[in-house]
Design a protein around this ligand. Structure first.
Ligand SMILES: [Ca+2]
Ligand SMILES: [Ca+2]
Ligand SMILES: [Ca+2]
Ligand SMILES: [Ca+2]
Length: 312
């Protein structure tokens, strides 16, 4: 073989190698370009119709707001000079229960989701907070502080048949949440010296302790499927969002930062969790993936506190 034909062979080999690398690079590029947009969850594929109720202090005191998860449009439902906090969607999304603080006490109120027809459900010198609906909409459980001792109470959503579900030795504190099947209530007690998450049957029997550590654990929220509970914990030195199974196993941390992350609430499809965080210097509403805390998105942007999200 002469020198010229050997060069031709070398050149054609280089050409084939170049062609192979070119095609492979193109293939890889098109893979990343076309695959990634499908993998990045955007607000458009979160929920078709979905709103988060929350508290905002942007006018100087607490008001109930709604934010549409797709358009991010916000609607202000209350407007007054008292604190309206702890909004909680009724299961049919027609009403929102919330806590109104005035004259030195807290009471449970109802408002229609369009802002009309405010109804007061509890009254008197007690402090009534954290309303949570039974999944059939017939009852509301809440925390009642009386002489600094808190207990879980249940009433019909027309405010009849008020009953106390716990006793003072259970040392109830903080928020509670009714399970999606209505059979159990997740709540918080400080009977061992710090806050721990418990569950019990709706009639107050069969308590089970789910967390056990020396830091505070609070703000329990059942997943829509009922097999997980999201909560906030101080175990790394500031509040972080965790999820766990309903027997307390598999406690998984979803947020990792040096500011407060608290008050979790699940999306109706169970894929996302909303919560409020001090990440931008004051409280804002955020959402993230429920399985690993990825795809963190900020929904509110202002200098006031935006807190207490409840997703429907
Ligand atoms: Ca207000
Ligand atoms: Ca604890
Ligand atoms: Ca944190
Ligand atoms: Ca804010």
């Amino acid at each position: 073989m002469n020198k010229i034909s050997r060069n031709k062979i070398f050149k054609s080999r280089y050409f084939l190698l170049f062609l192979a690398i070119f095609l492979l690079t193109g293939l890889l590029l098109s893979f990343f370009i076309f695959k990634n947009p499908l993998e990045i969850p955007s607000s458009s594929n979160r929920q078709s119709v979905s709103k988060i109720a929350f508290t905002s202090y942007r006018d100087g005191d607490g008001e109930v707001f709604l934010i549409d998860i797709n358009s991010l449009n916000q609607t202000q439902l209350t407007s007054n000079e008292v604190d309206d906090i702890n909004p909680s969607w009724s299961p049919d999304a027609a009403k929102i229960a919330f806590t109104r603080s005035f004259n030195g006490t807290h009471d449970i109120f109802l408002i229609n989701a369009d802002g009309s027809n405010i109804n007061q459900l509890t009254s008197g010198s007690t402090n009534d907070l954290y309303p949570s609906w039974h999944p059939d909409g017939s009852k509301i459980a809440f925390i009642r502080y009386e002489d600094k001792i808190a207990n879980i109470f249940v009433m019909n959503s027309n405010k009849s048949d008020l009953r106390q579900m716990t006793s003072s030795d259970q040392k109830v504190v903080d928020k509670l949440d009714w399970s999606p099947d209505g059979k159990r209530i997740a709540f918080v007690s400080n009977r061992d010296g710090d806050y721990e998450i418990f569950i019990m049957n709706s009639d107050g029997t069969n308590e089970i302790k789910l967390t056990d550590n020396s830091e505070d654990d609070g703000k329990p929220a059942w997943s829509p499927s009922g097999d997980k509970i999201a909560f906030a914990s101080m175990r790394d030195g500031d509040w972080e969002i965790f999820i766990m199974n309903t027997d307390g196993s598999n406690q998984t941390q979803l947020t990792f930062n040096d500011v407060y992350d608290t008050y979790p609430s699940w999306s109706p499809d169970g894929k996302n969790i909303t919560f409020y965080s001090g990440l931008d210097g004051d409280a804002e509403i955020f959402i993230m993936n429920a399985d690993d805390g990825s795809d963190l998105n900020q929904l509110t942007f202002n200098k006031a506190l935006d807190t207490h999200p409840d997703w429907h």
